[in-house]
Write a protein that binds this ligand. Structure first.
Ligand SMILES: [Zn+2]
Length: 321
């Protein structure tokens, strides 16, 4: 589109080309380059819209490879999780039971993270693949954490095995010949007054006022937040995660801070607090959780005797709370 300007020269009677100023020439060149560039871009855009460039081929291939690797990873995570679950099972059923330790339970450990935890991966075309992998890895990390805690326990227990054998609540808290009436069992039971099911955190051993109450394992007399209705009570800390409580006593014969040995008399049966008759309310607390005290009498009795006692335990209560 170059155009030329002419000027008439009266001396030579000819038309002469006027050379355009440099600035104008420069702009013309620039314009040509620009137009060329825009055209090339449009062609490139159209081309890349219909055809893959070699670079895109490479990226697509890498993506397929990545998806493949992610799927392999998922399989590996699943296999690892299975293996860890087996270890956990063995730990609970062999090693922990060797030391009479309850199943280790960390509250909330198995609650999966909420979806929002993985929200940063949303919007990615491969989000599900990545989220699943992360979930799997998080699940494995929890199991590993639990097992490492358990191993710490085992290490401690193995070291202090003797002290532990003496500390764990293992005998009846009162002479079994002095039992009277039913044994009120641990767990859910129908409340006699409220007429609804509530949890019973210990067992009730019916007896007579004045019957000696024994410490069921070596420990230290301790206290906790007073629970209304327990009346006169003793709480023992045995270490190793164990505590025992003896409630509704008529007499307390020990003081907080005092060391007691298994079988030592710590009080006498009574009916103080919210109680409907003389009985001992006995609790075993392991790692802050109430467990069935009956399970700790097993080593103190023959199997038949133990079964008979368990079956005789009723959903009765000596407590009005
Ligand atoms: Zn009770």
């Amino acid at each position: 589109m170059a155009y030329r300007q002419y000027r008439f020269n009266p001396q030579t009677f000819t038309y002469e080309v006027i050379a355009a100023p440099f600035k104008i020439r420069f702009y013309r060149v620039l314009r040509k380059i620009l137009i060329g560039f825009i055209l090339a871009s449009i062609v490139n855009l159209l081309f890349s819209y219909f055809f893959y460039t070699p670079k895109m081929y490479r990226i697509a291939r890498d993506n397929r490879e990545l998806v493949f690797q992610y799927n392999l990873l998922q399989d590996k995570i699943a296999a690892g999780t299975r293996k860890l679950s087996e270890i956990k099972h063995r730990d609970n059923n062999v090693y922990r039971s060797l030391f009479a330790a309850d199943t280790l339970n960390v509250p909330g450990l198995y609650d999966p993270y909420p979806d929002s935890h993985y929200a940063r991966l949303d919007g990615d075309p491969y989000a599900r693949l990545m989220t699943d992998a992360w979930r799997g890895i998080d699940g494995m990390a929890r199991l590993l954490y639990l097992e490492s805690l358990s191993l710490d326990d085992m290490q401690l227990l193995a070291r202090d095995k003797e002290a532990m054998a003496l500390a764990i609540p293992a005998i009846w808290p009162l002479d079994r010949n002095k039992l009277r009436g039913n044994i009120g069992r641990f767990g859910m039971r129908l409340h006699p007054i409220l007429k609804r099911y509530i949890g019973h955190e210990g067992i009730d051993l019916g007896s007579t006022t004045g019957v000696p109450v024994y410490a069921t394992g070596n420990g230290i007399v301790t206290t906790d937040r007073a629970v209304a209705g327990y009346g006169k009570q003793v709480l023992l800390d045995h270490g190793f995660g164990y505590k025992t409580r003896y409630a509704h006593l008529s007499k307390v014969l020990v003081a907080p801070g005092q060391q007691v040995k298994r079988g030592e008399i710590i009080g006498e049966v009574g009916s103080t607090g919210r109680s409907t008759g003389p009985h001992l309310h006995y609790e075993v607390i392991y790692r802050g959780r109430h467990v069935d005290p009956m399970n700790y009498f097993r080593r103190d009795m023959s199997e038949e005797e133990f079964t008979r006692i368990i079956e005789s335990a009723k959903a009765t209560t000596y407590e009005a709370d």
